[in-house]
Design a binder for this molecule. Structure first.
Ligand code: DAH
Length: 348
């Protein structure tokens, strides 16, 4: 028996229009078009008709089926949109609320460390400068005295981007903040105390390397400036940063293309079961690189290298933060784990 087909259609359409959840809609689909559905039953009833009647009735049932399928699709779209809107509403975060004051969040130890470093160097007269994250080869390497094809370039595991500079060289993500000194020194009034702080990138990822990390670079150009001044500047900074009256540091000869002579700086420390204690003990730990600015760098910035001299240093922010706050795994900085931030983050 085919029964009242248009009545069945109207009832199903009314039910679909009234369905208020995706689950209710699915239940209606099954009750109409499922194996034991009302419309499926109408299809089965076609079997009992004569061949002539079957054709006309078949077309009729099919038309109803199409109308119902359309209505199902429309209703499903509406309910999906509503569900999405509700989800968005439930997840809305008022970005204008002061999170720390509301007890909703913590300051990330890296932000805090970066701000502390900048503030401590500001006390020594350094002025903060900014440069782009996407750099050209000349600023990141050439002007910093990395000759073309020099092996020192390979030490940097550079990320290249799909864009070329005016010389046809591929642009890159800066591998250090040293390049900011080139921007800052061009046309600078001397004497100058320049600081750069921010993100740097290298294609490297393991327990002690992340593809993005942070550096601070400092540069001083001043008549009569020597490595002795460099040492004093770093000792003052490190003692303040690690909140000690004084810290012992030692310079180890090293190589960087942009400084000559170059040194790596170690800080006196003690290692015990709880980790590393800075400022006492008989051990040494490398904390940064530095040196006297290479004359080629001064020349590249338009300065007369026979008249001017200066020093530069570069340090890793993650490394200093790990040492100061006893954080053992570098990768935790970037995992955005709320429990970790709750422990290591700062209120205020
Ligand atoms: N640019 C160096 C690096 O990323 C760090 C550095 C070392 C900066 C020595 C300096 C310096 O200015 O003098 O490894």
């Amino acid at each position: 028996m085919l029964g009242d087909l248009s009545g069945l259609r109207d009832r199903i359409l009314a039910d679909l229009a009234a369905a208020s959840t995706l689950e209710a809609l699915e239940a209606l689909r099954v009750s109409a078009l499922g194996k034991k559905g009302s419309l499926t039953a109408a299809f089965s009833a076609l079997r009992d008709l004569s061949p002539e009647d079957k054709r006309a009735a078949g077309q009729e049932v099919n038309a109803v089926k199409l109308v119902i399928e359309d209505a199902l699709a429309v209703r499903s779209q509406i309910l999906n949109d509503q569900a999405l809107q509700e989800q968005i509403k439930a997840q809305t975060l008022d970005m204008t609320l002061p999170p720390v004051a509301m007890g909703l969040g913590r300051r990330h130890p890296l932000s805090r460390t970066l701000d502390d470093i900048v503030a401590l160097f500001a006390r020594q007269g350094f002025v903060l400068h900014h440069g782009p994250d996407v750099e050209d080869d000349e600023h990141n390497f050439g002007a910093l005295n990395f000759p073309a094809h020099h092996p020192a370039r390979q030490m940097h595991d550079t990320f290249y981007v799909d864009q070329r500079d005016a010389n046809g060289q591929p642009m890159l993500l800066r591998t250090h903040t040293s390049c900011v000194q080139i921007h800052a020194l061009k046309g600078a009034t001397l004497p100058a105390r320049i600081l750069a702080a921010g993100r740097t990138y290298r294609c490297d990822s393991d327990q002690t390397h992340t593809p993005m990390f942070h550096q601070v670079e400092g540069v001083v150009i001043e008549d009569g400036i020597t490595m002795g001044h460099l040492r004093g500047c770093l000792e003052t900074f490190l003692a303040n940063f690690f909140e000690r009256d004084r810290v012992d540091i030692r310079f180890r000869p090293s190589y960087f293309p942009f400084t000559e002579p170059s040194a790596e700086v170690d800080i006196r420390c003690r290692r015990d079961a709880n980790g590393i204690v800075i400022g006492e003990g008989d051990d040494w730990l490398e904390v940064l690189g530095c040196g006297m600015i290479h004359p080629h760098v001064l020349t590249a910035c338009g300065l007369d290298a026979t008249r001017h001299q200066g020093f530069a240093f570069g340090l890793g922010v993650e490394r200093l933060a790990m040492l100061k706050y006893g954080i053992s795994d570098l990768r935790m900085f970037f995992q955005n784990d709320g429990r970790w931030l709750g422990h290591y983050g700062f209120v205020g």
